[in-house]
Write a protein that binds this ligand. Sequence first.
Ligand code: TEU
Ligand code: CA
Length: 564
Amino acid sequence: MKKKWWHDKVAYQIYPKSFLDSNGDGIGDLRGIISKLDYLKELGIDIIWLSPIYQSPFVDQGYDISDYYKIAEEFGTMEEFDELLAEAKKRGMYILMDLVVNHCSDKHEWFQKALSDPEGEYADYFYFVRGKDGKAPSNYRSYFGGSTWEPVPGTDKYYLHMFAKEQPDLNWENPKLREEIYKMINWWLEKGLAGFRIDAIINIKKDLNFPSFAPDGPDGLATCVKMVEEVQGVGELLEDMKHATFEKYDAFTVAEVFNMKDDELREFIGDDGHFSTMFDFSAHELTFGEHGWYDSRHVEFKEWRDTIFASQQEVQDIGFQANIIENHDEPRGASRFLPAYAQNEAGKKMLATTSLLLRGIPFIYQGQEIGMTNCRMADISEYDDISTKDQYQEALNAGYTAEQALQCCYENSRDNARTPMQWSKGKNAGFSSGTAWLSLNPNYTQINVEEQAERPDSVLSYYRELIALRKSPEYRETFTYGRFIPAYEEEERVFAYRRVSEESGQDILVAANYGMEPCTLTLEGTGGKILLSNMGREKTEENEGNGQKSLTLDSCEAAVILLQ
Ligand code: TEU
Ligand code: CA
């Protein structure tokens, strides 16, 4: 495997709207981000991914871009963005923007021009397709509900949108469109970006016949994912983009890929893959229901663990995945992956330990490092997210009561991750002096940065230690390149694996007890040295130093041990 500059880095996702508001308008901004670079540096972060900050009507919170060359006024100015780049550089940190090019906003100049001249050049930047028998060209259901087809006024054509109708899909078959996109990517890379997180990229390839599929819901539609799964040839488009852009800059790219075909891993993230890396969503996908949030699955510990193990093993001879517990589309990991008895500081540290020391690039989502949780809203009107509104309605349509539908949102809503960052116990959690754009999680009075920053046994302090261990000169090689080997798999409540490196000669055991009862593990050889513990274990006498042959982990206890 070729060594790359980003292999040993730790990344952090900022959702700018909810990070820190510096001017009291209730919306997080670039100035707020700049002011927290030292906080992130101290946490041990190298790479920062910003969710979209481009000009946008915010129908889908910035994932609907109306001008790729402008910073949204809400977030600040291009000068402030340049300042952010410079300040990050000063600290040896890298900035990634979000590349959203499957679609743009319906307010983008290209789409406006296309609407005003549906036979003209810009119509070809989109999919303007003639209907069949007075109906839409196919029966696809969009990701956010309803048909993917919207009539083009004054014509017998429809335009395609896989997401909201305000997010028309861009026509990647059109070389002119591709040129425009590449030009824009290179413009940002020239500015000094380190690379991009790439949004919903698998969707750029369409089957131009737009075949209909058997309906899979009461609305008579079939999910548009079907078409994505069946169509071939996305790889050619991805290679074309890579050669025209990222490759020339040695840029880091992390792709959001759902629905990849089984044998495509090497093509996507191998040594000469389309991308540097892509997110491992395998654990998250386990919970996905057949129809939506209302029939989402409850996942048992063992299935969750084994899925992560399988994914680690599948990828390690091919490339690097990006490991997440949560992101801006997912509920909070602490609420989702920890059983009720583990939803406390020990449990959150345990989850961090088993996740951050996996092989791959850890991506921490803002607030995860202090253990932020899902947020209960009293009414559907308190939610902002377009997908939440749709999923709530889907649940009602399926016969759920309003209360049950709200419970589905509590467990699954994307807004769980979007409530403002909890900086302090002061007004609006220190996020804003005005009125925050989205309700705060009321638990900010207990869970906040200010309280945790100086407390040595806080979740935040633990994240700092954990990241420092991963990046330490002694163990960096092993945690970066060491093989992943599952351990104690027969223990039904234990999440344990070894990281073994020929280069360093080290064999490190990461072990955690997700169960309710203590669990004893027998250690091979002469035992080992504790490198990290979420329960202050290194201080206990019986485990001090070398020579221990067994390890009894309490409920929610995690330990990292250098085996000897
Ligand atoms: O998400 C793409 C996407 O496919 C998700 O809707 C996915 O199906 C879902 O998260 C599974 O839980 C990206 C962005 O991350 C999301 O915020 C945007 O809304 C979407 O693209 C459209 O740009
Ligand atoms: Ca602001």
